[in-house]
Design a protein. Structure first.
Length: 94
């Protein structure tokens, strides 16, 4: 795997393709295996996982606890993560 492709697929990479919501120091991504949403915090110049979620309510609660700003992106997510087909982001219409 080339360096550019590896960076693109690493969940902690700035250019990870499956970013659902983001503010200055928090973001939500879809995991590489397409099983769940991951809440990440920027620490030491790197995105680090601080929680793994399959429900929007739990994700939203932890986003707020971690200091995240109100984001319509999270509220627009389905109530539960759904990965019916490969490459599905867990978001309706993606």
């Amino acid at each position: 795997m080339s360096g550019a492709h590896a960076a693109f697929t690493r969940e902690e990479a700035d250019n990870y393709a499956q970013v659902i919501a983001q503010d200055e120091s928090l973001r939500v991504i879809v995991c590489r295996q397409n099983h769940q949403w991951i809440l990440q915090q920027l620490k030491g110049g790197r995105w680090r996982a601080i929680g793994y979620f399959r429900t929007r309510s739990a994700l939203s609660r932890e986003w707020t606890k971690a200091g995240g700003s109100a984001l319509a992106g999270i509220e627009a997510l389905p109530a539960c993560f759904s990965a019916k087909k490969r490459g599905h982001s867990g978001v309706a219409g993606f």
